[in-house]
Design a protein around this ligand. Structure first.
Ligand code: NAD
Length: 243
């Protein structure tokens, strides 16, 4: 029960990693406010369906979560989108949407959350970046630069707010078995089951990550067990480097 009495806000809560996060946080005693553009039937203490590319929605969300839960200790910036293809295939919307969801939303949410955490005497923020933001892979320049920016942002905030007992860290997964990766296979006309089996063979541990493999590390960083970690970028990759 590492999160007994803690209040958390989780974005992208209806996604693969998001659902796992919310379930585990609540199982360990947290009260959780969740947000997603497509908020289905995920159980939580407070629901805020909405579009993270809407600036005002993001600016207001941490205070709304705090009011609904009676406080706020943890923010997990998990929502993200991936637009694929080389730059010559990219549209303005690919660029703008990616920056809005993957960078601007975490910026706005952190900016609104940090004053709440300062008043509390501290708290924890975990951003979900990507291995690909640390070591670029092929053909995803927009996604990769957004995750590189999120990683850098994490290091900046980790340094700037440690003195306020606010720990900001990031998890950087490689491939995870969620709708995000499956949709990429479907778009390319591949059977996601077959494609994932093949991809499993490229990972030294023998399989790509399941959402729980990632959420366990996110929750470690959010918890007091990671009390001395600030601005860390933790790769969770089953031994697979980006190539
Ligand atoms: N799946 C992977 O292989 C992988 C690898 C590295 C990093 N990540 C990162 O992990 C995080 C979680 O991804 P996932 O794999 O669970 O993907 P997912 O697609 O299953 O979940 C992402 C969630 O974000 C939500 N979202 C997207 N745009 C939104 C918007 N405008 N407003 C509100 N919500 C919005 C989606 O509705 C979805 O529920 C993302 O930041 C992703 O970039 C995933």
């Amino acid at each position: 029960m590492r999160f007994q009495g803690k209040k958390a806000l989780v974005t992208g809560a209806a996604g693969g990693i998001g659902k796992s996060l919310v379930r585990k946080l609540r199982a360990e005693g947290a009260s959780v406010a969740i947000t997603d553009i497509a908020l289905s039937n995920v159980e939580a203490e407070a629901h805020f369906p909405g579009d993270l590319s809407a600036a005002q929605f993001c600016d207001d969300l941490p205070n709304k979560a705090k009011d609904a839960l009676g406080g706020l200790d943890i923010l997990i910036n998990n929502a993200g989108i991936i637009r694929r293809g080389k730059i010559t295939e990219a549209t303005d919307d690919d660029f703008k949407s990616t920056m809005a969801v993957n960078i601007e939303a975490p910026f706005r949410l952190c900016r609104s959350t940090i004053p709440i955490l300062v008043k509390n005497g501290g708290g924890s923020i975990v951003n979900i970046a990507s291995c690909w933001g640390l070591n670029p892979g092929p053909d995803h320049p927009i996604y990769i630069m957004s995750k590189a920016a999120l990683a850098s942002f994490t290091q900046c905030l980790g340094r700037d707010h440690a003195h306020q007992n606010i720990r900001v860290n990031a998890v950087c997964p490689n491939e995870v078995n969620t709708p995000m990766i499956r949709s990429g296979f479907s778009i390319r006309g591949l059977d996601p089951e077959k494609a994932i089996k093949e991809l499993n063979g490229s990972v030294p541990l023998g399989r790509i990550a399941e959402p729980d493999d990632i959420s366990d590390v996110i929750l470690f960083l959010a918890s007091d067990e990671a009390r001395y970690m600030c601005g860390s970028l933790v790769e969770v990759n089953g031994g697979k480097p980006v190539s």
